[in-house]
Design a protein around this ligand. Structure first.
Ligand code: ZN
Length: 226
């Protein structure tokens, strides 16, 4: 199956090279100089055809289901793995069984299933973030203020360098575990180095030599905006 790419060209004066970036499900963003000719752009796209096709195919595999019906059969991602929803009547409870996520609610209504899943996700992310916070606070010699978990649409995490308050996006619960670890380290590291300069990334690298893998996960599978 071939996927039709949606190509956006962004032109910036004085840009020396032409860059390509892909975003799920099918966006291809090409940034180039204002003087690049259409013929050159065409050649550039042709030269990257295979790369674009492979990437878009990959996105299809990992596209997160943004619209949920909260009915049996719905697919949810937890720590990068897909789980199929099963719903039963009973006392509130969410359990994982193999590749199933079983939600028990007193009466089967999508809104109740949604709420039960949301509570489950908040608990899961809090539990998973705890050890990373302890570990990296100690390693960096910093202390976070209040740690909040919120669903955000534009960022994975934030850090108030004055109060030390950290906010982590609950959507991280859907991504591979390394993504959460990276965001915790990244935000705590801002209590040492504010900006994203080389000192900052040196610090990150010291504790997570493969941090780029995590950045890759976050970049290629952006936040669901639905
Ligand atoms: Zn940052």
């Amino acid at each position: 199956m071939s996927i039709e790419p949606r190509i956006d060209v962004v032109r910036k004066a004085g840009q020396k090279h032409t860059y390509i970036r892909l975003y799920p499900p099918n966006r291809v963003r090409i940034s180039t100089d204002t003087t690049t000719s259409d013929a050159d752009l065409n050649n550039f796209v042709q030269a990257h055809r295979r790369y674009i096709a492979t990437k878009l195919q990959e996105f299809q595999q990992y596209t997160y289901e943004p619209v949920h019906t909260y009915a049996a059969g719905d697919v949810f991602y937890l720590w990068g793995q897909p789980y199929t929803l099963a719903v039963r009547c009973g006392a509130n409870k969410v359990t994982l069984r193999g590749d199933q996520i079983l939600v028990q609610v007193p009466s089967i209504q999508p809104v109740k299933v949604e709420r039960a899943l949301h509570t489950f996700c908040i608990e899961a992310i809090k539990e998973a973030a705890g050890p990373h916070l302890v570990r990296y606070e100690k390693a960096l010699g910093v202390r976070a203020g209040e740690v909040r978990f919120r669903r955000m649409t534009s960022r994975w995490g934030s850090c108030n360098t004055v109060t030390g308050a950290l906010t982590l996006n609950t959507e991280l619960v859907k991504r591979l575990p390394v993504a959460l670890e990276y965001v915790v380290l990244h935000e705590l590291a801002h209590l040492v180095v504010r900006g994203h300069n080389s000192d900052f990334y040196q610090l990150i690298k010291k504790y997570m030599p493969h941090y780029k893998d995590a950045e890759h996960v976050l970049k290629y599978f952006p936040i669901d905006r639905a």
